[in-house]
Design a protein around this ligand. Sequence first.
Ligand SMILES: [Zn+2]
Length: 594
Amino acid sequence: MKLMRRGQRSLTRLFLAVSLLTVSLPHPAAQRVETRSKPRLVLLLVVDQFRYDYLERFGDLFGPGGFRRLLQHGASWVDANYDYVPTYTAPGHAAMLTGAPPAGTGIVANEWIERETNTQVTSVTDSSVKSLGGGLNEVGYSPRRLLASTVGDEMRLATNDRSKVIGISLKPRSAILPAGRHANGAYWFSTQSGSMTSSTYYFKELPNWVSDFNRARPADKYFGAKWEHLLPTSEYIRRAGPDTPVWENLDHIVGDTNAFPHIITGGARAPGPAFYTALDYSPFSNDLLVEFTKQTLVNEKLGQGGETDVLTLSLSANDYVGHHFGPYSHEVMDVTLRVDRQIATLLDFIDNRIGLQNTLVVFTADHGAAPIPEHASVMGLDGRRIRFSEILDAANSAISARYNRGKKTPDPTADYIFTYDYEGRRRGGLINANLYFNLKALERDGINLDEIEQVTGEAILRVPGIARYFTRAQLLRGAVPAGDPIARRVLNGFYSTRSGDLVIIQEPFKYLTESADAATHGTGYSYDTHVPLVIMGQDFQPGIYSQSATPTDIAATIAAALRIQAPSNSIGRILLEALVPGKEKAGVGRSSRQ
Ligand SMILES: [Zn+2]
C-alpha cells in the first residue's frame, strides 16, 4: 500500500518537477573549462522548514535566478526523506554534512534531558565558552555535543587547515552544527543585542569586519518595516484560501496580527529584544543573513585561496513563519517566494565573485512541517493536539496501579518518572516524545526497567492519538520489526545516553509538543521527512532523479566528488546516479588542481 502510494507520488512529482524546467537558461556546461578542477567553494544552502512540495506548489512563481536555476542546472532528488525521528532543526543540521542520523551524531533533538546534570540542555549550549557580541547574560554556544566530523572538518584535515569553514544562520544550532567542530567560525543572530554573534569556542574576539558590520546596526533598518504580499493577492487566495482562517488565530505574535500587511516592530517603540524577535518571524531576517553572508565571502576571502572552502548558510525565517502560520498560509507562500529571490541574490553574488562553475552548491532543508492540527481536522484528516499532561497522567496512574498495589501514602511511585527544574518550573521528563524514567528511584525500589517501560507504554497507547511506542530495552537489542520504516526511523534517532526510555509515536496529523506554535514538525511522517535535495556543480549531471535519497547522503556524495575522507559517522549512500562518470573513483596520483 505504502509502496504503491509512494510510486504514484514520485511520478506526479517527476512530472511537476520536469514542468518547472521550461525556462531556457544557458547550460553551465557551455561555460565549463576543458579540465575539471576542484571547486573553490562548497556552499550548503539550507532553508529551515522547507517542505519538498513548496518547489511544486509555488514553482511557477519562482524567478529565474533562485530555485529555478538550482533545479535547471543541478541534480534534484524528488524523493529525499530524513530517515530518523525526531525531525527537528538540530538533528537535521547535524545530519547534512556528517552524513549521520542522531544515532551517529548524538544530536537527538534541539533540547534534551541530560541525566548526569539533571538539567535540560540544548544541542549547542556550552557553559565553558562565552558569547561574543550577544546580550549581557547571553549563554555561550559551541559544537561540543556534536560527536561526528563534518565535510568541513575533513576538508580541514585533508588540507592541513588551509581550507576555511564557516557557518551562518539566525539560530546558533543551525550555524554551528553544519560547520562542525573544527570550523574557523560560526555566526548567528542575537535577539538580545540585535547583532551577528559568535563564541569564544572559535576565537577570543569577533573579527574586526564582524564588529564593523554590527556597528552599522543593520537589523535596525527593518524596524517598522511593512511585510506585504510580494505578488497580487489573488495568487495567494487561489493557492492558500483566505489570509486569516480561524486556525491561524491560535498563536499571535506580539505587536502583530495574522493578516497582511505585517508591521515588524514586536510591539516596541524602538529596536530592542522584542523587535529583534519579531524580525526573526519576518522574511527580512533572511535579507540580513544574505547581506552578512556576502560580507563573509568578501572579508574571509572565501573561494580565493588554493583549497576548497566550505560555507554553510541556513535561512531560518521560513521556520519561524511556518510555525506561526502553518504550511498552507499566505505567509509561508510569501516567505517561500521571497527566499527564492534572496537565494538568487546570493547566487548572483557568488557567480560574479567566484563563478558558479567553481562552486558546489547543495540545497536542502532540515525538516518539513505538518498542517496546523485544526486545519487538518477541517480537511477530514483527524488533526488533534495532545497535551503533555494527558500522557504523564496516563503514565503515572498506570505506574501507581501496578507498583503501589497497597495504595500506600505517600505513593512511593510518585518519583518514578524523571522530573527536573526548568525556568522555575518542575517539569515531567517528557520531551521530544521521549519519556525519561528516574533510574535511581527504580533501582532503589528494585523495579525492572524493561517491565515498567511496557506497563507505561501500554497505558500511553490508550491516550487518543497515540499510535505506538518503543522501549529502550527493545531499541538497544535492535528488536524492531524488519521492513518497518517507522521502527527504523526511531532506531536511527536513538542515542543511548541522551535519548529517553520510551519513545512515543503519535498518529499522523497529531501535534505532540508543549510549545504554543500553531504548526510544528518532528515526526517520521512524510510531511516532516520529505525535503528538497539539490546538488549543483561540475561533478553532477543536472536532472531530476527519482531514486530514494536522504540528506544524510550529502556528505558521502560530496566527499567522493571532492576526493576527501568521508566524515567519521557517515552512513549515507554516494548518489552515484548523478555523479559525472569517473568522479566517484579515487583520484590516485591526481593533483588537487588538475
Ligand atoms: Zn521548527
